[in-house]
Design a binder for this molecule. Structure first.
Ligand code: SF4
Ligand code: SF4
Length: 318
C-alpha cells in the first residue's frame, strides 16, 4: 500500500502522537550555521556532544542515505498539575514528574515505524527523540508543528510548548506541510522572567547560566553567583515556559497518564535527598528523567538550595 500523509497521521494519532508534520529532507544550512555560532560562543557549556556530528545534524542523508523526508512528531506532556512551592522542598521540572519520555516515545516510534513498514515494506526509517545528531527543533519548525519561541522552545497555537519532539527520517516522499509564522510578537515575558538572565538575546540561551543545564547536564559545581535566584529549582527549570502566554492560555492535558507525577510529587524533600542512598535513588527514579543527574548531582542541587543562600563564597561541588 502506498503511504500517504493521511495514513501516517491517522496511525500516529492512534498511537498517541499529538502533532505530525512533514518536511523535505533538505540540508539545514541556516540552522547549522546558527548552531556553529552558538557553539563558538561556548553557550553549550559542558555539553560537548553538541559539538560532535555537525555534518550529520546538517545533512540527514549521512544518517539514512536514502533520506527524502522527515516526519516530525510531538507528544504533549502537560498534566494540569502545579508546583506546590512547599518549604524545604525542591521543584522538579514538569517534564520530569512522570516516566522518562524517552522510554515512552521510543515505544511509540517503534510502533509507528513498524505499522508503516507493514503497510509498505519499502518504507525505511531511522527515528530519534532528543538523542542522536538530529536537529529536532529545526525539523519541527520546518514541518509546521510550531514556531520557535524567544526562549528557544517550540510553541504550537493549540498546545503551547509543553510537548516533546521526535523525528523520523525516511526514504518516503510525502506532501510537505507549510511552516507557520512566529506569534511571539513584541512579547518578552520569558526573557524578563528568566531568573539567571540565561536568554541572552531572543532565541539564544546561554547554557552556562541556565538552571536547567546547571541542575541536570552539568557535571561540575554550581557557582554561588545564582544562589539567590534558583527559586527552589532542584531539577530543571520551567520559568520561561510557565510565564509564556501561549502556555497560560492553551495548555491542555496530555492523553498519556504516565506523565502524571509519580506519587503526586512535583517537588522533592531536600533533607530526604541528602539522606538518600544509591539503592533508594535507583528504586525511586528507575524510570524517571531524574536518573540522568545521578544521586551525586541531585545531592549537589539539594545542598545548593539548602546552603547556597547563606554561603555566598561557596561553590557547591559534586
Ligand atoms: S529554563 Fe529557566 S534558567 Fe533556563 S532559560 Fe528558561 S527560565 Fe532561564
Ligand atoms: S513568553 Fe512571549 S516571547 Fe517568550 S516564547 Fe512566549 S510568547 Fe514568545
Amino acid at each position: 500500500m502506498k503511504l500517504t500523509n493521511d495514513i501516517v497521521v491517522e496511525k500516529a494519532k492512534k498511537i498517541g502522537f499529538d502533532l505530525i508534520g512533514f518536511v523535505r529532507a533538505d540540508e539545514l544550512k541556516e540552522e547549522s550555521h546558527h548552531l556553529k555560532e552558538w557553539l563558538a560562543k561556548g553557550f553549550q557549556a559542558g555539553m560537548e556532544y553538541m559539538e560532535r556530528n555537525i555534518d550529520k545534524r546538517k545533512d540527514v542523508s549521512l544518517i539514512l542515505p536514502e533520506a527524502k523526508s522527515i516526519i516530525s512528531l510531538a507528544v504533549n506532556y502537560y498534566t494540569g498539575k502545579k508546583h506546590s512551592n512547599q518549604k524545604g522542598k525542591g521543584k522538579l521540572s514538569r517534564y520530569a514528574w512522570g516516566k522518562d519520555y524517552h522510554l515512552i516515545i521510543w515505544e511509540m516510534l517503534k510502533a509507528l515505524e513498524s505499522e508503516l513498514k507493514d503497510a509498505d515494506p519499502s518504507f525505511k526509517s531511522k527515528s530519534y527523540v532528543d538523542t542522536g545528531p538530529v536537529m529536532d527543533k529545526a525539523w519541527a519548525v520546518k514541518s509546521g508543528i510550531g514556531w520557535m519561541g524567544k526562549h528557544s522552545n517550540i510553541i504550537n497555537r493549540n498546545y503551547g510548548s509543553w510537548f516533546f519532539i521526535a523525528s523520523i527520517i525516511t526514504n518516503y516522499e510525502f506532501d510537505y506541510s507549510n511552516t507557520i509564522p512566529g506569534f511571539c510578537g513584541s512579547c518578552t515575558a520569558c526573557i524578563d522572567a528568566c531568573p539567571t538572565k540565561a536568554i541572552v538575546q531572543p532565541y539564544v540561551v546561554d547554557s552556562n547560566k541556565c538552571i536547567s543545564y546547571l541542575t541536570i547536564e552539568n557535571k561540575g559545581g554550581i557557582s554561588s553567583e545564582y544562589s539567590d535566584r534558583f527559586d527552589n529549582w532542584l531539577f530543571g527549570c520551567d520559568v520561561c515556559q510557565d510565564v509564556c502566554p501561549w502556555n497560560q492560555k492553551f495548555s491542555q492535558s496530555s492523553r498519556i497518564t504516565e506523565f502524571q507525577p509519580v506519587n503526586e510529587q512535583t517537588e522533592l524533600d531536600l533533607s530526604e535527598i541528602l539522606a538518600m542512598e544509591n539503592p533508594d535513588f535507583k528504586n525511586r527514579f528507575a524510570e524517571s528523567p531524574v536518573l540522568r543527574t545521578k544521586l551525586k548531582g541531585l545531592k549537589r542541587n539539594a545542598k545548593y538550595l539548602l546552603k547556597g543562600r547563606y554561603d555566598m563564597r561557596n561553590i557547591i561541588k559534586m
